[in-house]
Design a protein around this ligand. Structure first.
Ligand code: SIN
Ligand code: CO
Length: 373
């Protein structure tokens, strides 16, 4: 691994995570950019990659979504090119996410990379996720304000900005520095140089996401089909009122649905293992037989997990890319959820279990894991 992260995680989590923004100077000593601006531009031309161009010229903000066909008319100043989920598409860049695997995978969103030319940036804004902004090539001035209520407005339909703010952090970042910003703290990056920034983002679901996600699961699985009942109903003198005990009974019906531990786990596993950005899935061609998979592992080959694929152990239940998996070997399934690279030792006795080897072979043939060349 080229870039090594130097961070005291226990101290960071206690003092800053979800609490305060902080500059971690030289957190990646001798930082080496894993991608070039040209490669990033190439990704922004791909329809599968979620990309944006934001420009600020003569006081006018504008923004457009990729894929882009060319970048000829941009000029040398006042714009930024941003690509989401580069960790799904560019393996050297994906390496930057690896040191963050001390945080739970289900909280990870993606690696966003921005390339800015002098005067470029997305403007002052607030994010609703935790972000580690790693400074790559060039230097960039970052200002972060306090998390106080602020007016938000759209200087362009695709941009949400905040009013100018008093900085509590005002720093010039150099390659290898990290700026950590919790949700809700306004920030703004400004550059006089061509610069690359890598944002490792962690987004927690909001209540709306949870309720609507659970509702989808309930519909798909035919849950909650029993209607409200009131055999204890009595004559009303005000037919237009909904009584508190009725509200309570309705609320109890809803709470009861999410309180079924098995359903809650099954739903959450599917929900949390669903990637928020497209994956670069390529089924194995030609497909492997179970014997070939076994031979490869026993011959010392390593299995690599498709970058961005979510493999979760939700309190003993396993989920791979939005689907439940009832594994033939729980320990090996746990290793597959814990590690992104595995050798035969990590899978232990499971390789003696033909049912497990079949399951693994099916995943490999789907393109979820692959053998390094
Ligand atoms: C950027 O890299 O320019 C934007 C990152 C951010 O503000 O979250
Ligand atoms: Co931001």
């Amino acid at each position: 691994m080229v870039n090594q992260l130097n961070l005291n995680w226990p101290e960071f989590l206690e003092k800053y995570w979800q609490k305060q923004p902080v500059v971690l100077k030289n957190a990646f000593p001798n930082f080496v950019d894993p991608i070039t601006p040209d490669e990033l531009a190439g990704l922004a031309m791909e329809p599968e990659v979620d990309s944006r161009l934001v420009s600020h010229k003569d006081g006018q903000w504008s923004a457009s979504h990729g894929p882009f066909e060319q970048f000829d008319d941009l000029g040398e100043s006042g714009w930024s090119l941003l690509c989401q989920a580069v960790n799904h598409w560019h393996m050297p860049a994906a390496e930057l996410v690896r040191p963050f695997r001390v945080l739970p995978e289900w909280r990870l969103d993606d690696l966003m990379i921005s390339y800015s030319v002098p005067g470029g940036g997305v403007g002052p804004h607030i994010d609703n996720y935790d972000v580690f902004i790693i400074q790559g090539m060039g230097r960039r001035r970052w200002r972060v304000g306090d998390a106080i209520p602020m007016r938000q407005f759209c200087p362009h339909p695709a941009l949400l900005h905040v009013d100018p703010f008093e900085p509590i952090i005002d720093v010039e970042m150099s390659p290898g520095d990290i700026l950590y910003i919790p949700p809700g703290f306004p920030h703004d990056g400004f550059t006089y140089e061509d610069t690359l920034n890598y944002s490792v983002g962690f987004r927690g679901p909001n209540g709306r996401d949870l309720i609507s996600g659970f509702a989808d699961y309930a519909l798909e699985n035919d849950l909650g089909g029993v209607n409200y009942g009131d055999p204890d109903l009595t004559v009303r003198d005000h037919a237009g009122r909904v009584e508190p005990h009725e509200l309570e009974r309705l609320r109890a019906m809803m709470v009861e649905m999410i309180s079924q531990p098995e359903d809650f786990k099954q739903w959450f596993g599917r929900f949390a293992s669903t990637p928020r950005h497209e994956l670069d899935i390529a089924p194995a061609e030609p497909p492997y037989s179970a014997e070939e998979v076994l031979d490869a592992l026993q011959g010392g080959e390593t299995l690599t997990r498709l970058s961005g694929l979510r493999v979760l152990n939700v309190d003993g239940k396993f989920f791979v890319n939005s689907e439940g998996w009832n594994p033939a070997d729980v320990q090996a399934a746990d290793a597959l959820s814990r590690l992104t690279e595995l050798s035969q030792d990590d899978l232990g006795n499971a390789l003696q279990n033909p049912a497990f080897v079949e399951e693994l072979t099916a995943f490999i043939n789907q393109g979820y894991w692959f053998f390094d060349e």
